[in-house]
Design a protein around this ligand. Sequence first.
Ligand SMILES: *[C@@H]1O[C@H](CO)[C@@H](O)[C@H](O)[C@H]1NC(C)=O
Ligand SMILES: *[C@@H]1O[C@H](CO)[C@@H](O)[C@H](O)[C@H]1NC(C)=O
Ligand SMILES: *[C@@H]1O[C@H](CO)[C@@H](O)[C@H](O)[C@H]1NC(C)=O
Ligand SMILES: *[C@@H]1O[C@H](CO)[C@@H](O)[C@H](O)[C@H]1NC(C)=O
Ligand SMILES: *[C@@H]1O[C@H](CO)[C@@H](O)[C@H](O)[C@H]1NC(C)=O
Ligand SMILES: *[C@@H]1O[C@H](CO)[C@@H](O)[C@H](O)[C@H]1NC(C)=O
Ligand SMILES: *[C@@H]1O[C@H](CO)[C@@H](O)[C@H](O)[C@H]1NC(C)=O
Length: 434
Amino acid sequence: MRETRSDLKPLSVQKHNYRHPHVFLKLAVSCLLVGLIIRLLFTDSFSFSSVVHNPPPLANAIAHSPFVSFPPPPSYSVDFPVNQTQTSPQDAEQCDLFVGDWVPDLNGPRYNNESCRVIENHQNCMRNGRPDSGYLYWRWNPRGCELPKFSPKKFLDMMRDKSWAFIGDSISRNHVQSLLCLLSQVEEADEVYHDEEYKSRIWKFPSYNFTLSTLWSPFLLKADIFEDINGVSSSETQLHLDIVDDKWTSQYKNFDYIVIAGGKWFLKTAIYHENNTVTGCNKCQGKNSTDAGYQHAYRKALHQVFDFITHSEHKAVVFFRTTTPDHFENGEWFSGGYCNRTVPFKEEQIDVRYEDSIMRSIELEEFHRAKNASANFKLLDTTGLSLLRPDGHPGPYRQFHPLLNAKVQNDCLHWCLPGPIDSWNDILLQMLTI
Ligand SMILES: *[C@@H]1O[C@H](CO)[C@@H](O)[C@H](O)[C@H]1NC(C)=O
Ligand SMILES: *[C@@H]1O[C@H](CO)[C@@H](O)[C@H](O)[C@H]1NC(C)=O
Ligand SMILES: *[C@@H]1O[C@H](CO)[C@@H](O)[C@H](O)[C@H]1NC(C)=O
Ligand SMILES: *[C@@H]1O[C@H](CO)[C@@H](O)[C@H](O)[C@H]1NC(C)=O
Ligand SMILES: *[C@@H]1O[C@H](CO)[C@@H](O)[C@H](O)[C@H]1NC(C)=O
Ligand SMILES: *[C@@H]1O[C@H](CO)[C@@H](O)[C@H](O)[C@H]1NC(C)=O
Ligand SMILES: *[C@@H]1O[C@H](CO)[C@@H](O)[C@H](O)[C@H]1NC(C)=O
């Protein structure tokens, strides 16, 4: 399979950005707010008020929300060309799985909030009362080949006696939960370990002797993070750019498969250390060191991580997942931004935002450098296909029946389960198969 076509075609940046046009005003405002809010940014669980409200009557909601027996698919106002061309096996080898379109899928989701018990509250959009269901009726359709739906049986058969780990931040956990839900159609997993905050967890699939882990390591590097459970930090993160996080490296040899990802935590305020010396910082005006920006740090981090992997005696199959875009509109997550779209974008309707395009280009450069040294290194380039799904986020439904007229926190970064993130697993299995 060719994994590189989409790499060669960098996602274009903000040509027709759907966001509010006053980018610079927003930038200025966000700079002012930086001290207060950055420490809260992408806190792993958006831990604001998690008060469970009594379900209020939802003005515009479907009267009976029949999610359990899936609601009828919506009618589509947009014409999507559904290309039903049959493809030969040869096409499949040539096919770039990451270049395609979202096409209507009348089959709908493969699990729901009843059949899958492990959906995290903040991503359980069905349970939390999200009224629309159209976002469940799309599938990712690579141009020029067929992407089969994830087969839990096939996956588990391949994974007998194997061990798989997802390493990264809360998006990696979002991803692993999608996988758990898909697999629960065949077998429910037993949780055999969790840390205090349920950020790192291990599950076993007893009849397959398959072990699935999620390891929380948001920087992938050694980092001293001083955030309490509410995401309020008492001090800046101390990030060691030359030391890979032993939380995952110490266990690396136990894994046969790994999905690893960096991402948005690098945008936060942090003090950078190299060789036990402070060498710079990010978003640290007023501090005593040079603001080095996150780009150097992110590149260095991925460089270290990939070096560790390629130099390790242990050979695992490693998937590196590219950055995941958010879809806050008319504000950011802290300033009233929301994401209430109910259908996917078409490719020409949206461009990746600047920060994500920078991150992805660093990711691609470092990946290709490392790929040279290790054949078992695969790119899970989900940025582009995820960018087309503004409709797949919890929004206000990160909370149980939010009071929509009140000021509620929107989550336009993580993904509803079920939701578009399930397609990441369709692709993962396909990459293992071909
Ligand atoms: C699933 O969601 C529906 C609403 O869509 C709700 O009535 C039901 O109680 C939920 N079930 C669980 C187990 O959360
Ligand atoms: C369907 O896709 C194939 C392969 O990408 C292409 O050659 C063909 O022209 C497409 N057909 C339509 C009707 O778009
Ligand atoms: C389960 O898999 C592990 C390898 O991951 C292997 O060492 C162990 O022997 C297996 N257990 C059984 C009962 O087959
Ligand atoms: C690290 O610091 C020590 C002394 O503090 C120095 O001798 C060494 O050369 C430094 N290493 C690098 C890679 O900068
Ligand atoms: C900043 O650095 C200078 C020179 O290294 C030092 O004299 C000063 O005390 C530092 N200030 C703070 C607040 O750390
Ligand atoms: C989304 O919310 C905005 C502001 O409240 C509103 O103007 C717009 O019509 C909404 N769009 C949808 C699709 O509900
Ligand atoms: C990969 O390796 C080849 C030859 O081994 C070399 O020519 C090429 O420049 C390398 N690419 C990168 C990105 O390091």
